[in-house]
Ligand binder design. Structure first.
Ligand code: TMP
Length: 211
């Protein structure tokens, strides 16, 4: 029987360098002989990527927080059941750019949706499925927003104000403190190479532990 893979998610506010770190992390794991799948939320399958487009496009129509919440979980259900779980069962390690912790941070902390309501959908869509490890890239929101703005056109979330992102950062840090076994906080304000080195050391330890 193949040993189940590990599900590792990368989280953080805008512009903390998640995509760069994810690519590096996948390389580290591959060098250690791990079969890796890199994916993202919202998205990760053709249908879930369509839902992502709906969610991120700036629009004049005000988006109700419940609509946003349900679309996040609709995309997640498709992604989880058709891509993430099958990969883990094949023994692959899945690195995911955001997952449900982002919903607790963005829709919970950012939009003010109650944690209980999010937890209800989490149970409905995921049962008891949770990430094995959450790597939280943490940096002051001003630093990240400056980086995000340099990337060009801002999506519907990036157009929010600093206070919104501050609430998101606070929500992430609160969850990290509440779940120290699952969360690994990495200081993303440090130079890129140092952040990569921390993430790489962490993943190497996880692989050694899994063998
Ligand atoms: P990305 O820019 O990191 O790819 O993420 C897309 C946006 O979607 C980002 O602004 C965060 C937001 N998001 C949520 O609001 N809730 C969620 O559950 C997820 C997965 C993402």
């Amino acid at each position: 029987m193949v040993a189940r893979g590990r599900f590792i998610t990368f989280e953080g506010t805008e512009g903390v360098g998640k995509s760069t770190q994810l690519k590096q992390a996948a390389m580290t794991l591959e060098q250690l002989g791990v079969d890796v799948v890199v994916t993202r939320e919202p998205g990760g399958t053709p249908m879930a990527e369509k839902i992502r487009e709906l969610l991120l496009a700036p629009r004049e129509e005000a988006v109700h927080e419940t609509t946003e919440l349900l679309l996040m979980f609709a995309a997640r259900a498709q992604h989880l059941h058709t891509k993430i779980r099958p990969a883990l069962e094949r023994g692959q390690w899945v690195l995911c750019d955001r997952f449900t912790d982002a919903t607790f941070a963005y829709q919970g902390g950012g939009r003010g949706v109650s944690r209980a309501r999010i937890a209800l959908l989490e149970d409905l869509v995921q049962g008891d499925f949770r990430p094995d490890h959450v790597i939280l890239l943490d940096a002051p929101v001003q630093t990240g927003m400056a980086r995000a703005k340099k990337r060009g056109e801002l999506d519907r979330f990036e157009q929010e104000d600093l206070a919104f992102f501050q609430r998101i950062r606070d929500a992430y840090l609160e969850r990290a403190t509440a779940m120290p076994g699952q969360y690994h906080i990495v200081n993303a304000e440090l130079p890129l190479e140092q952040v990569s080195a921390s993430v790489s050391a962490l993943l190497t330890a996880l692989v050694q532990h899994a063998r």
